[in-house]
Design a protein around this ligand. Sequence first.
Ligand code: ZN
Ligand code: CU
Length: 488
Amino acid sequence: MKPQACELLIRGGTVIDGTGAARRAADVAVDGDRIAAVGRLDGVRAEREIDASGLVVSPGFVDVHTHDDRAVLSDPGMACKVSQGVTTVVAGNCGVSLAPLHGREPPPPLNLLGGTDWYRFPTFAAYREELEGSPPALNVAMQVGHTALRAQVMDGLDRAATGREIERMVELADEGMRAGCIGFSTGLAYPPARAAPTEEVLAIAHRVAARGGMHSTHMRDEEGGVLDSIRETARIGREAGIGIVISHHKCAGRENWGRTRETLALIAEAQETQSLDLDVYPYVAGSTVLLMEIVARSEKVLVSWSEPHPEVAGRPLEEVAREWGCGVEEAVARLQPAGGIYFMMDEDDLARILEFPGAMIGSDGLPHDVFPHPRLWGTFPRVLGHYSRDRGLIGLEDAVHRMTGKPAAVFGLAGRGEVRPGAWADLVLFDPDGIIDAATFEDPARPAAGIRSVFVNGREVWALGAAVASPGPGPGRLLRRTPAQGRA
Ligand code: ZN
Ligand code: CU
């Protein structure tokens, strides 16, 4: 139905609606925080009109893999994300969540989010209260981090949890779900969670599933044992009856290059009988805390931050070691606590994952690094500009779907991810010929080109290369999960 008037009218654009459907010429009317109408809206009066000719109008992007738990509190403008067209971030990934760890030193990789001064939320309800007290520019969906639970209830992390400790973790996960988390995550590859047996994860998975949640995982092994890790992950999904997302899928280390042929075949096979999805970031380098075991299997390493040596952030690790007249191992020890950017993947594997039907996009950006991996600022425009348009790996409608409608269905974000009447007005206007990432490994904090405007719940938060300043709270909301009826 055509309204007579609306607050905002986006005229003359090409709508890509997020469902995967072909683009079409249509105007979009917005009233308050909702899309009021989509179609030919001649004669509709509007308080504000935007000429979108030559631009694509699509749903705002969902960054399904982030470590933005703290950033949404400490940097509520979230320029690194809204500048890419991202309107929702899923936080609490890789087992790392800001709540409910408190009163204890966060072990790596939990320290990616900050120190004890930031780990101060005894419950997810307390975290939510602070977030909703001063909302950020974009929407947030939270996950309970398994490693944060371990660090809270256990004294030593190099062993399996006892029955009593598992009970406490399940209680804390339950509190998270009641407070609005959409599910829980694991980071079984990292030292503080490595000793957790499958059964420990299953105990939490059962409770989270009973609460209608989902599960994402940074799997135990993304190298030689990657197939076994996929089997373990699929088993957790089947036994707990829980939907799973494999985080930042990759085959790391030169001897494993090419093995995405095997991993993707195994994932496709599992998908026939269970809900199993994956996300990927569009780079052949990863980034996390600085660990010698990852350095050892990387082609090249950049230091992304170092507490005792902030001056070396952005420089190659080998160069630092040479300058210090020591070995790489010694340099890694002296830099701690620290982070690294690791070149350890193969471009053909990356292309194969991006082409995999339904693969979602997650930046895995690390917002507190002194010299962050460029994925923090570049992920979504890089997929749209480089991999979709320039290399033709996936069509534009498909790429947009994997950033919008698909993740909204997988993560249960009702009313998001689609341009249709009644949906929330999370929107991006971008130039399909000009969109491209600008952040590089030399200059990582540069906003992408080609994003005209970004709206979150009807309010413009980014326009023409800059944040739209507005006093008071941001338009972002905490999103709860509404489990999807069918499959995405
Ligand atoms: Zn991870
Ligand atoms: Cu991550």
